[in-house]
Design a protein around this ligand. Structure first.
Ligand code: KG4
Ligand code: ZN
Length: 337
């Protein structure tokens, strides 16, 4: 087991209530309660439903995380909780609970940027992952290419000018009637499909490392409506694989171009979309082709989890940082701000 502070991490920014105990870089427990069933019938995350479900789950989940880790709450050295970005009502639950716990146990508290959490996820599993690096962060709400010159020093090289990559997966899956969440549904449907069946456009905005996915949405909906009318709709597997390929192509090309431009040979990824099997395979191929090192968190640490928040918390705790208990959530927190 690695050394380092014993941190309890709490994540409630969207639709997963997640709590973990981490010692330095070692995950001792990582539990979550997914709200997928509660939101699925609405076809997306309903903020009010999310907040209430977090309230119901947070206490027992915290006890479970401590029990699985085999640690007592008095041994915990600090509490870390997501401060933003995310849904305000959802964030408030974990952040307030974390502050109350810190106050009650007289422990230091750390408010963590959710995207910094995603950035720390690969560090939990890969000893070799270290700056300077370029990191692709792709979730349901954000898509960014971040240059990291040192831990805690981030420069956003590019971001989406419209939808996030996960949002594109979710919206297109909903349009195709594949359900919620859309990313895993498209990933599954693509199996056995031909990624080259339909050539959807790859949007390349003027700024070389920015993304745009709204044009893909328009192009897919137009294509499906036209073909449906003609009675020539291709198999759903081909459609899903072709959509996935259009998104993955752009993410892979821009990430590695950014790494070249930044002069780094280390590339990493984080966020729910990094759980995508095609994206993982294509990133690995491209890293090998360019002779670069690639560090991806395993799928459970790619999607939202408490361990990544605890990991970022451990780093900030060791640097002597503390968040005052008067601090508030920031639903639109931006990495590096
Ligand atoms: O990081 P995350 O768990 O939550 C946010 O911070 O938003 O990311 C969730 C996003 C959703 O849009 C979901 O559809 C997408 O990640 N996602 C995937 C896969 N698993 C989750 N997208 C593509 N393929 C997957 N296997
Ligand atoms: Zn996330």
């Amino acid at each position: 087991m690695s050394d380092g502070p014993l941190i309890l991490g709490i994540e409630t920014s969207c639709d997963e209530t997640a709590v973990a105990v981490v010692r330095g870089r070692t995950v001792l427990s990582n539990v979550l309660s997914s709200q997928i069933d509660a939101h699925a019938r609405f076809g997306g995350v309903v903020p009010e439903v999310a907040a209430r479900a977090h309230v119901e789950a947070i206490r027992s989940l915290t006890h479970r995380a401590l029990a699985r880790a085999g640690v007592h709450q008095i041994d915990v050295e600090a509490i870390a909780a997501t401060r933003g970005p995310g849904l305000a009502g959802a964030l408030l639950v974990g952040f307030s609970y974390g502050k109350a716990l810190a106050w009650g146990l007289d422990l230091p508290f750390l408010g963590i940027d959710h995207m910094e959490g995603h950035l720390f996820a690969p560090r939990l599993e890969h000893e070799g992952f270290a700056p300077p690096a370029v990191v692709l962060l792709v979730s349901g709400g954000h898509s960014q290419i971040v240059r990291m010159d040192d831990w805690g020093h981030y420069e956003v090289m590019g971001s989406t000018i419209d939808d996030a990559a996960g949002e594109a997966f979710d919206k297109l899956a909903r349009f195709l009637g594949l359900g919620f969440p859309g990313g895993p549904a498209i990933d599954r449907e693509s199996e056995g499909g031909d990624p080259g069946a339909i050539r959807f456009p790859r949007a390349l905005p003027d700024r070389p490392f920015d993304f745009s996915f709204s044009g893909l949405k328009t192009s897919v909906t137009t294509f499906v409506r036209d073909r449906h009318r003609e009675g020539t709709l291709p198999p759903i597997g081909d459609l899903a694989a072709s959509i996935q390929e259009a998104i993955v192509d752009v993410l892979v090309a821009k990430t590695f171009n950014a790494a070249e431009a930044a002069g780094v040979t280390t590339v990493a990824g984080g966020g729910g979309v990094v759980a995508n099997r095609r994206l993982r395979a294509r990133l690995a191929e491209e890293a090998e082709r360019r002779g670069m090192s690639l560090y991806l968190p395993s799928p459970v640490l790619s999607t939202d989890n408490g361990a990544m928040i605890a990991a970022a918390g451990a780093f900030r705790f060791e640097r002597g940082e503390r968040t005052p208990l008067e601090a508030e959530i920031d639903a639109s927190l931006r990495l590096g701000s």
